[in-house]
Design a protein around this ligand. Structure first.
Ligand SMILES: CC(C)(COP(=O)(O)OP(=O)(O)OC[C@H]1O[C@@H](n2cnc3c(N)ncnc32)[C@H](O)[C@@H]1OP(=O)(O)O)[C@@H](O)C(=O)NCCC(=O)NCCS
Length: 335
């Protein structure tokens, strides 16, 4: 918990933005490519459609568009940005970092930046990292972005995974503040479960070869059932802890923004928590699918656009993903 004391620098979210590619891929469209159907996908996941980026549209383009909207919302100019963190598991390239491409596209002439790899928990880990940099006094203004082109690592021949993912981006502007905006946070990983959800090749363990292509190792591999159970457990436990650390109860929470992986996971998490939390859960996975690192900021920004988040609202975010990794953050929105 970030305790209150005189003279302390706090961090607060001042703006949010999002971007989703134009092309819509419906469940019926997918049923033409793999053995599946709309009913199965909707009842097992809650997803009806997802957005797919153009072949020439990259993670950095989507990140830039979302960041531009967040800067406008915050009333912050690009040259005021000190730090850019892009949470992504689908960077444009292994290096340079997507953050550098975003820095150039936006004209953030005074910023440094880097990419953060923590799959679907990446955005919350990026927000935690930026918060630490701001609270230390080293950074005043940070752009925290989650952006993904998951369609580039989706195995379109595997019905178990290809129905789940989509492309998109979301961003927030975080600034030094006299009033606390980031109220509490908790992050965790368990590398013993690394094989549960991974993209085995493209790194140094399996450099690209004819064999890695034949074995389809450049795509997401997942044990769906195990991931489901771990997700429910870690998200519920983390939610309890961060709400308590913020000195709040679930009644005080105005909106919960969980990682948008599967509606049944969100329902199971809400059922484990005190109070009637499900109506307070923001859900847009029906229209965007699971966009990994982009999912929470895309949901935050859309919720603000729809009037579901207003200044001073207490917002609870929880995520889980490959690693296994997880995180939770409670914020007071635009304090
Ligand atoms: C993937 C997931 C939706 C599967 O749902 P499930 O209820 O566990 O389904 P199962 O894996 O038990 O599969 C049930 C059957 O449906 C089949 N099936 C799988 N995908 C299918 C699809 N798209 N369409 C139709 N049938 C499908 C399976 O082959 C299996 O058939 P079988 O019983 O003949 O073997 C679910 O496990 C899940 O959401 N897990 C978490 C995934 C996740 O969130 N990953 C990202 C983490 S950030």
């Amino acid at each position: 918990m970030h305790a209150m004391s005189n003279g302390k620098i706090y961090a607060a979210i001042r703006g949010a933005g999002h971007y989703a590619p134009e092309r819509v891929l419906t469940n019926d469209d997918l049923a033409k490519v793999v053995e599946t159907n709309d009913e199965w996908i909707r009842t097992r996941t809650g997803i009806s459609q997802r957005r797919i980026a153009r072949p020439d549209e990259y993670t950095s383009d989507m990140a830039t568009a979302a960041a531009r909207m967040a800067l406008a919302d915050a009333g912050v100019a690009p040259d005021e940005v000190d730090l850019i963190v892009v949470a992504t598991c689908t960077p444009d390239m292994i290096f340079p970092a997507t953050a550098c491409l975003v820095q150039n596209a936006l004209g953030c002439t005074h910023a440094y930046g880097f990419d953060l790899s923590s799959a679907c928990s990446g955005f919350l880990m990026a927000l935690e990292t930026a918060t630490g940099a701001i609270e230390s006094g080293r950074v005043r203004t940070a752009l925290v972005i989650g952006a993904e082109k998951l369609s580039s690592i989706t195995d379109w021949t595997k019905r178990e995974t290809c129905v789940l993912f989509g492309d998109g981006a979301g961003a927030v502007v975080v600034q030094a503040s006299e009033r606390p905006g980031i109220l509490s946070s908790q992050m965790g990983v368990d590398g013993a479960l690394a094989d549960m959800l991974s993209l085995p090749a493209s790194g140094c363990r399996h450099p690209a070869s004819e064999q890695t292509l034949a074995d389809r190792l450049h795509y997401v591999h997942m044990s769906g059932g195990k991931t489901f159970k771990s997700a429910v457990r870690v998200m519920a436990d983390t939610a309890v802890q961060v709400v308590r650390d913020a000195g709040l109860t679930f009644d005080d929470i105005d909106l919960m923004v969980p990682h948008q992986a599967n509606l049944r996971i969100i329902e199971a998490v809400a059922a484990r928590l005190e109070g009637d939390l499900l109506p307070k859960c923001f859900v847009n996975l029906d229209r965007f699918g699971n966009t990994s690192g982009a999912s929470i900021p895309l949901a935050l920004s859309e919720a603000q656009t729809l009037g579901r988040i207003k200044p001073h609202d207490k917002v609870l975010m929880v995520a889980f993903g490959g690693g296994l990794s997880w995180g939770g953050i409670v914020v007071e929105w635009k304090p």
